[in-house]
Design a binder for this molecule. Structure first.
Ligand code: ZN
Length: 491
């Protein structure tokens, strides 16, 4: 294979050949979730996008240290350092300890990631477990003169930094423009400029999550954790930093400024950003009331959904778009993804049992298809093109099965290998039975049998038996949904 992996770098705004700082080692940091609510599609997309990157780099024999953090402190309701801490607010509303909220939603995030067949990162650090690292970095920034203290809080001095280092290098924003649009709003508050961001915030008396420091009893600013934990586990300079496009500004922009101010060098070689998910063409968000949780997809219990969609369908749906494209969710689009996923899985099952039916001279050739698959992945992880090539392979498999094409032993091995590498290992697809987490064939058949009995009872007007079957299945964790086409079930 002579073509090389290229990655679109948000920093240079072009595709670059991937050259790690210290091959075969690769350091990769991805901003993880703030754990204060049910995991939804917006969590699934970056997790799956960077799972693809992680899987492919490993396939290319890189030794990847993948760090994906859990934000459990310091992320305020408003990205501009205002409002209540998101986790503390949830804790107050639910009358829980903040760490109970963190544990609960970390567990549900992990369960959803496992269902989606997202590999665990190498390290999953919590912000609250790295207060000392964050304080150390804040001291370095203060020493270098790029931060100031105000009423017990420490703020990053953006204007001062911008005199010697361009602030806005990642997002393309200019400090002059920020000044022009925000100056008249200033004059109140503790900051010199409204776009200065907090490195440390003094905690208000009612604020629960607080740590002692020489500045005040307080807590670190949201951007600090990623700079501090990235440096701690991957060094002052590392290869890849990823996250959603919504984090580009101010979060990632501020991470760069913090690292340059503390360590005197640019922290990251390749910045990668996945695009957003829209729902029926609209921005998705809790506040907009159209966020669908992953649990709701898996059970089908949401007004926008006609039935339950398996985790593998969701994964396939997300992979069908390139990570830098927007992805519009609709029930129809999911139905199409479900069909596509099942068609590919059916072909992969056929392939497993396929036997060579031809001699070398008359055999279909597979190598060109393999080259095409690598070409797609090397082109900035182009999963939709990869999937299109695999569907060419699906056609080939079905034609061999129908006896319309011949394949010899060597090419059959290559075809099996191709689907194992690109279907299973890189796209991370697996059969639905496994995806449901141990929902084996026998229990599926037993449930179907009970549903047949229930349908017959209803036809015979024996509603007692019908209800009893439903209630007992529900008690065992089987959710039933009666539709025009019949009864659907999910675990
Ligand atoms: Zn981050």
């Amino acid at each position: 294979m002579d073509n090389k992996l290229t990655i679109y770098n948000t920093l240079s705004k072009k595709k670059e050949i991937f050259e790690p700082l210290n091959p075969p080692h690769v350091g990769m940091y991805v901003c993880g979730p703030t754990v204060y609510g049910d995991p939804h599609l917006g969590h699934a997309r970056p997790a799956i996008a960077f799972d693809l990157v992680f899987r492919y780099l490993q396939h290319l024999d890189y030794k990847v240290r993948y760090v994906r953090n859990i934000t459990d402190v310091g992320h305020l309701e408003n990205d501009a350092d205002e409002g209540e801490d998101k986790i503390a607010k949830k804790a107050r509303l639910e009358e829980l300890e903040p760490m109970e909220v963190v544990q609960y939603y970390t567990n549900s995030y992990h369960a959803a990631m496992q269902a989606l067949n997202v590999l665990n990162p190498s390290i999953e650090p919590n912000a609250s477990g790295h207060i000392i690292e964050q304080m150390t970095m804040i001291r370095k920034i203060l020493k270098s003169g790029y931060a100031y203290e105000s009423a017990g809080s420490i703020y990053f001095d953006v204007e001062k930094y911008n005199e010697t280092n361009p602030y806005g290098i990642l997002s393309g924003r200019k400090v002059e423009d920020l000044i022009a649009t925000t100056r008249e709003l200033d004059g109140q508050g503790e900051k010199k400029n409204s776009f200065d961001f907090a490195l440390w915030k003094k905690a208000a008396p009612e604020h629960i999550m607080r740590w002692p420091s020489e500045w005040s009893d307080g807590f670190p600013g949201w951007h600090m954790e990623c700079s501090a934990m990235g440096t701690r586990y991957l060094g002052e300079q590392f290869d890849i930093h990823g996250g959603g496009m919504d984090l580009l500004f101010p979060h990632h922009e501020s991470e760069i400024a913090q690292s340059v101010a503390a360590n005197g060098k640019m922290p990251v070689r390749y910045w990668m950003h996945n695009n957003m998910i829209t729902i029926n063409g609209q921005k998705m968000g809790k506040s907009l009331g159209n966020a669908v949780s992953l649990e709701e997809f898996f059970t089908g219990e949401h007004p926008l959904l006609t039935h339950a969609y398996s985790p593998m369908t969701i994964r396939f749906f997300i992979m069908q778009a390139h990570y830098r494209s927007t992805l519009d969710f609709s029930n129809e689009a999911l139905q199409a993804a479900e069909k596509g996923y099942r068609r590919m899985m059916a072909a992969m099952e056929v392939l497993e049992k396929l036997e060579a039916n031809g001699k070398p001279g008359e055999s279909v050739k597979i190598n060109w298809l393999k080259d095409k698959c690598y070409e797609a992945m090397n082109d900035d992880f182009n999963s939709p093109v990869l999937i299109a090539h695999l569907f060419d392979g699906v056609k080939t498999i079905n034609s061999i099965k129908d006896g319309k094409l011949k394949i010899d032993k060597e090419n059959l091995i290559a075809l099996k290998e191709l689907f194992m590498i690109f279907g299973n290992d890189i796209l991370g697809l697996k059969s639905e039975g496994e995806a449901a987490g141990g929902q084996d064939d026998l229990s599926s058949k037993l449930i179907e049998t009970l549903l047949d009995l229930r349908r017959e009872s209803k036809l015979n007007k024996d509603f007692n038996t019908a209800d009893k079957i439903r209630d007992q299945l529900t008690a065992m964790g089987v959710t039933l949904k009666d539709t025009k086409e019949g009864t659907e079930w999910s675990l």
